[in-house]
Design a protein around this ligand. Sequence first.
Ligand SMILES: Cc1cc2nc3c(=O)[nH]c(=O)nc-3n(C[C@H](O)[C@H](O)[C@H](O)COP(=O)(O)O)c2cc1C
Length: 262
Amino acid sequence: MPSATQAAITPASESCGDRQSHHIVDRVIKNRFSCRTFSGRAVPRATIEDILDVARFAPSGANTQPWRVYAVAGPVKEEISRRLLNAHEQSREQHSSEYQYYADPLPEPYSSRRNEFGRIFYGALGIEQSDIERRLRQTSKNYGFFGASAGLVFTIDRRLQVGSWLDLGMFIQNIMIAAIARGLHTCPQESFSKYHMLLRDLLPIPPEEMVVCGMSVGFVDETRACERAPMPKAPIDEFARFAGFEDEGVDISRHRLNRGAE
Ligand SMILES: Cc1cc2nc3c(=O)[nH]c(=O)nc-3n(C[C@H](O)[C@H](O)[C@H](O)COP(=O)(O)O)c2cc1C
């Protein structure tokens, strides 16, 4: 396993800037999706360690590396699921996240995209948008880690500022990419932050850490692929502006293609 120092002195010739590696990386990034149907097949601790060992190379402001992660499996994960599911059913009004994920009200175009997410997501599951009972039952599956055999809980020191949350996001994305490259899938889950008090009971999370989100990690249950809801991604002309390039660029309509397209 290379040390941080060894990685830092990797010669430029090994820096993977060739055509083949860009195809592999692009495919891995495009193959990631939020998996909510896992098979339950065990993920060894060594694999989780291996993923974290590569994810730690994420950039961070002044190399502060503000991420903290609690990896769970087996009886510990089962107990988390039991306690959170119970709270979700019996006392969800008594729990709240320590931070607000979404702006309220959510401005456009984000509000429309969230509505579209709901239509696609619940549509794939055959759940009417108005069927609150079934939607709640679907939400409760978050706390069973969607059947995955491993889970991660991410925290951050509450004294840190929004810049450090960027760093944490990069670390989390690295984990999801490294997982895909190893044949595993993931689902990032802010739904865990609501039950941070319960998680503090079950994991050694110190008071200065805030629970940011969880993540399910495991092997996808391919027999349930029909429950999957591929999410549309906005084309680059909706979020990028270019200035100062000498070339005219490529036909951006090519980039309208969604995942799976090469
Ligand atoms: C920080 C974060 C938190 C999320 N929280 C949840 C969650 O609690 N439950 C869930 O089912 N999906 C959750 N998601 C997954 C999003 O719904 C998903 O990323 C989005 O719909 C796009 O789909 P894709 O990941 O398949 O591309 C979360 C995603 C992110 C990035």
